[in-house]
Design a protein around this ligand. Structure first.
Ligand code: G3H
Ligand code: 13P
Ligand code: ZN
Length: 335
């Protein structure tokens, strides 16, 4: 089966109340950890590549490794551009064999966001020179700081804009801002309360906005970025082994699980993979200071990534065991 766009995935996810995990990939061990977990759980996958990942690893390496992942696993997999910031970048990914792209015009004015997103959609949906490529747009801005994504303050999506945006642009899915945030420091301590163990508890997601958006766009797939939960066990391992990540905090899993049963069909996770990776490597070096073979410490990083992803698939996203129904839907849509 070739890499697929997200249509069959979102169709099934919406209908059956689960979400597809969209995991950021930057190197071979990350891809392998994710795919080993999904293979054991028979789960669909969106493997997403940011502009920073393309610059780090070279787009051809990443693309070929994702193609290898599909070949080795036989799973339904989409190769998605995360946070595309220009028409040229989206076009380059589409021409290169990506099956889905995000055009992130959320930092632009509403009118410029519409115009840029529409231009990408027109190219992506024109099947003269390539298959139908699904396009994700974004309305509202997430707080948080990332290398390639920098918004000091977020602003929630305005439900009154979504029908106009989706109609004018023709996007296949929409990322919205309801209080999630990129990175491992999603909230300042003063924005949170603390639980009985002194762990930070962030403000709840704005489910009222999600519900208002879904009412305006029945049946339409919604995307959540910035959805890592920042597992405290990894933060503790990192801090106990020479790291320094005070007050790292993420989105509680129960809220993501709830969103996945609603109109949210794609949940983006990157930081939790980074934390698993870093915890594995720091612990490995602390326990084996004599090691210098990358297969030893990267093997531990890969094993942690697999553990993280298995947990997400089974306990948060609800997409474990759904690979076959998505392949059946894909075959029905493409016969
Ligand atoms: O949302 C951003 C992703 O975590 C990708 O981050 O731009 O550092 O690759 P990156
Ligand atoms: P996290 O930083 O919460 O993992 O979010 C990743 C993301 O949104 C990628 O687009
Ligand atoms: Zn994002």
């Amino acid at each position: 089966m070739p890499l697929m766009n997200t249509k069959a995935m979102f169709d099934q996810a919406y209908k059956h109340g689960y979400a597809i995990g969209a995991f950021n990939v930057n190197n071979m061990e990350i891809i392998q950890g994710i795919v080993e977990a999904a293979t054991e759980e028979k789960a669909p996958l969106i493997l997403q590549v940011s502009k920073g990942a393309r610059n780090y690893a070279n787009p051809v390496y990443l693309q070929k490794m994702v193609e290898a992942a599909e070949k080795v696993s036989g799973l339904p997999i989409a190769l998605h551009l995360d946070h595309g910031d220009s028409f040229e970048l989206c076009k380059s990914c589409i021409d290169g064999g990506f099956t889905s792209v995000m055009i992130d015009g959320s930092a632009l004015s509403y009118e410029d966001n519409v115009a840029l997103t529409k231009k990408v959609v027109e190219y992506a949906h024109d099947t003269t020179n390539h298959p139908y490529i699904t396009v994700e747009g974004e309305l509202g801005t997430l707080a948080g700081i990332e290398d390639e994504v920098s918004h000091a303050v977020g602003s929630y999506t305005r439900p009154e804009e979504v029908i106009d945006f989706v109609t004018k642009t023709g996007v296949d899915s929409l990322a919205i801002a309801i209080g999630t945030s990129h990175g491992a420091y999603k909230f300042k301590p003063e924005q949170c309360t603390r639980d009985e163990n002194g762990v930070l508890v962030p403000p709840p997601l704005r489910f009222d906005i999600l519900e208002a958006v879904s009412e305006k766009l029945p049946g339409f797939p919604i995307v959540l970025h910035g959805s890592s939960s920042v597992p405290q066990e990894f933060v503790q391992i990192i801090n106990a082994n020479g790291g320094k990540m005070p007050d790292a905090v993420g989105i509680p899993e129960a809220q993501l699980r709830k969103a996945a049963t609603m109109s949210v069909c794609k949940i983006n996770i990157d930081s939790d993979l980074r934390l698993g990776c870093t915890a594995g490597i720091r612990k490995h070096f602390a326990e084996h200071p004599e090691h210098f073979d990358p297969r030893q410490y990267l093997g531990d990083a890969r094993a942690n990534i697999k553990t993280v992803v298995k947990h997400k698939l089974t306990e948060v996203l609800g997409c474990a065991g759904k690979a076959d129904e998505i392949i059946a839907k894909y075959n029905e849509m493409n016969k």
